[in-house]
Design a protein around this ligand. Structure first.
Ligand code: PSV
Ligand code: MN
Length: 393
């Protein structure tokens, strides 16, 4: 086999790749685990400022991750102005604000859908407080994922819950201003196991469609049943103008939150291909975010690996010869069309990307550069004492 060179990626493709921006989740830098055990790791951040510092390392070494998503209340700080300044000093921005109505006893039977108007109002008020945070951080998107549903047939009035959800969302949406948007994430199960109030893209779409133009759908790649054709959903939401954002991650079984592209790189390629095909790539209306946890691997390296995986599959998707593909499709050349698609997928773009990185003053191998940087040793030495941040703190 010959070694690919930069010629594998044309200047036009490199120009497209230069526009790529992937938002990192603050919670990826905290300790996380399963319901069985959360492992502590030396050097784990103890507050949101340290999470931002770690996220900034990923951007410094890859130029791919210019913003960081926050989760409220996990990332509450006394001064969001200070946090914003800390981010800017470190070369990144504060991004999407995620609400959290899944860790409060009042929400056992629902939050925005609850039968009790007082609890619904409490959940609405939490979202309004998140919008206040957005005003301070300059964030554009409010991302809402709801842990609401029921465990047993007959337990809940599913129809009434949809109606209450819509009313609650409208109250939240109406508080947004300027460029701010609401993105509603869906998930087919967990923590409820019989029915979930926003289980699929269709329900999310039905809900946001009535709110207004700046209400969109968030697609978390880990939130579908096995075998779901996720790229079809991507195509449809782009077609409808309602794909607001991605939460990228990988799953083998449930909502595993593993490194994007680790479980099924071909699926990631297919998804990114449809994003490009549908005009969603490097389009500010479609935010690329990660939603991952690193339970056993180094967290900063896990995030570097993740953004590189997205970049590699994007480069491959950009390599698809769209004209040849279209010609094969029109002429009914089934295997020819498939071959055009697979040729791009099987092209190893890694050497070309490494060369390109070096040409831009970035390390050819960001993973190795991180290990050689001394940053990990520094945080392990400095961050002793205090309480390590975790998923949920
Ligand atoms: C829910 O499983 C989810 O995907 C939502 O995006 C939450 O905000 C996030 O995970 C918490 O890790
Ligand atoms: Mn998610």
């Amino acid at each position: 086999m010959t070694t690919p060179t930069t010629s594998v990626l044309s200047d036009e493709i490199l120009g497209q790749l230069e526009k790529q921006a992937i938002e990192l989740p603050s919670w990826a830098f905290g300790n996380s685990g399963t319901r069985f055990k959360v492992f502590a790791t030396p050097g784990t951040p103890r507050d949101p400022f340290e999470k931002i510092s770690d996220a900034a390392q990923v951007n410094k070494l890859t130029a791919l991750a210019p913003s960081v998503a926050l989760h409220i209340p996990w990332d509450l700080v006394d001064s969001f102005d200070d946090l914003r300044k800390h981010a800017e000093d470190n070369g990144v921005e504060l991004g999407t604000i995620n609400s959290n109505t899944f860790q409060d006893d009042d929400y056992k039977f629902g939050a925005l859908t609850h039968e009790d108007a007082a609890i619904r109002q409490k959940a609405i008020d939490h979202h309004l407080a998140c919008i206040d945070v957005m005003d301070a951080t300059g964030s554009r998107d409010l991302k809402i994922w709801l842990a609401e549903g029921s465990n047993y047939p007959g337990q809940a009035d599913m129809r009434g819950r949809q109606d209450r959800l819509n009313e609650s969302l409208q109250k939240i949406y109406d508080r947004l201003s300027g460029e701010q948007r609401l993105v509603l994430e869906y998930k087919f199960f967990e923590p409820a196991f019989y029915h979930t109030d926003v289980p699929d893209w269709g329900t999310s779409y039905a809900q946001v469609a009535t709110l207004g133009e700046r209400a969109m759908v968030c697609l978390d790649t880990g939130h579908h049943a096995p075998g779901t054709n996720i790229e079809f959903i991507v195509m449809q939401l782009l077609r409808l103008g309602k794909l607001g954002s991605f939460d990228f991650n990988s799953r083998f079984y449930a909502d595993d939150d593993l490194i994007v592209g680790a479980a099924d790189p071909f699926q990631l390629f297919r998804i990114v291909f449809e994003v490009i095909r549908g005009g969603g790539y490097a389009n500010p209306d479609v935010a690329f975010m990660l939603d991952q946890c690193h339970n056993v691997e180094n967290k900063i390296l896990g995030q570097i690996r993740s953004v590189l995986n997205v970049q590699e599959m994007t480069a491959r998707a950009l390599l698809v010869d769209q004209e040849a593909l279209r010609a094969a499709q029109v002429s009914g050349d089934v295997l020819g069309a498939n071959a055009v698609f697979m040729d791009a997928f099987y092209t190893d773009v890694r050497p070309a990307l490494a060369e390109w990185r070096e040409s831009r003053g970035l390390p050819a191998d960001p993973m190795a550069a991180y290990l050689a940087s001394g940053y990990q040793e520094k945080i392990e030495a400095e961050r002793v004492g205090g309480v390590q941040a975790g998923w949920g703190a």
